[in-house]
Design a protein around this ligand. Structure first.
Ligand SMILES: NC(=O)c1ccc[n+]([C@@H]2O[C@H](COP(=O)([O-])OP(=O)(O)OC[C@H]3O[C@@H](n4cnc5c(N)ncnc54)[C@H](OP(=O)(O)O)[C@@H]3O)[C@@H](O)[C@H]2O)c1
Length: 242
């Protein structure tokens, strides 16, 4: 079993489904977890349950991210905060929604990388960053123009950051999950006419659970993944292998 021996790991999106499961698994594996989101109230419930520390900030504001992170010493980061945006095509997209999705999912993760990698480099003991991307960056999905664009940008942030930070022994990877039935996904993927054809095209034929996404995130943060950097790891029941 992985043991983080008190290493400090920041998890954004900690008040959400995948982020919350990641916090619980990291605490169980001996990490000192800093849980982030916008709502301090939602985070405090998780903190009471797990003992994680709470650090609210807004991913859309560089000032908010900088103020929260510039003096935080971390070994690891999970960029899990995200926004689903809209179900729309390139022909009918609301460009304001596109801007917001990019601002949270790609720009926000880059800002967190910018300020946490500075502390990792200063501490000089290496580190690991895991970006929670999506299967939507790997294959074209109906109605996903904004979200897929943001996650493709995030995968590029992963690769370029892996290239730039490797010399400091800081690894950067993406995980690319299929659908987990959190509030972000239920409105669209819960519809029978969407769900049935999708699952019948997936080798494993079912939705993922929060814990099934959290476990590979924890692995990529751990020393067991010491030689893995720059990858986008599908956690998709085989959907993108077709
Ligand atoms: N659910 C899926 O099917 C699925 C599949 C593939 C990938 N993903 C990705 O996995 C990640 C987590 O998804 P989830 O379904 O667990 O999400 P979720 O339950 O909807 O939670 C979203 C999280 O992001 C935070 N967040 C949103 N906007 C923010 C902002 N401007 N600043 C700071 N935090 C913000 C929320 O905090 P507040 O509520 O406090 O704002 C919350 O903690 C996302 O990046 C998502 O794109 C999800």
């Amino acid at each position: 079993m992985t043991n983080f021996d008190g290493r400090t790991i920041l998890v954004t999106g900690a008040s959400g489904g995948i982020g919350g499961a990641t916090v619980r698994q990291l605490v169980a594996a001996g990490a000192d977890v800093v849980a982030s989101g916008r709502s301090e109230e939602a985070l405090s419930t998780l903190a009471t349950e797990t003992g994680a520390r709470v650090l609210p900030f807004d991913l859309t504001s560089e000032e908010s991210v900088r103020a929260a992170l510039q003096n935080l010493d971390v070994y690891g980061v999970v960029n899990c905060g995200g926004f689903g945006g809209e179900i729309a095509t390139p022909m009918d997209t609301d460009i304001a929604v596109f801007d917001k999705v990019i601002s949270i999912n790609a720009r926000g993760a880059l800002l967190v990388t910018k300020y946490t990698s500075a502390s990792m480099i200063r501490l000089g003991v290496g580190g690991s960053i895991v970006n929670v991307s999506s299967q939507a960056s790997l294959v074209a999905l109906d109605g996903h123009i904004s979200y897929a664009s943001s996650k493709a940008a995030l995968d590029s942030i992963t690769r370029v950051s892996a290239l730039e930070l490797g010399k400091y022994n800081i690894r950067v990877n993406s995980v690319n999950p299929t659908v987990v039935m959190t509030p972000m996904s239920a409105g669209y993927w819960g519809r029978e006419e969407i769900k049935e054809p999708f699952l019948s095209a997936m080798p494993l034929g079912r939705w993922a659970t929060e814990d099934e996404i959290a476990a590979p995130i924890v692995f990529l943060l751990s020393d067991g993944a010491a030689m893995i950097t720059g990858v986008s790891l599908p956690i998709d029941g085989g959907f993108t292998c077709r």
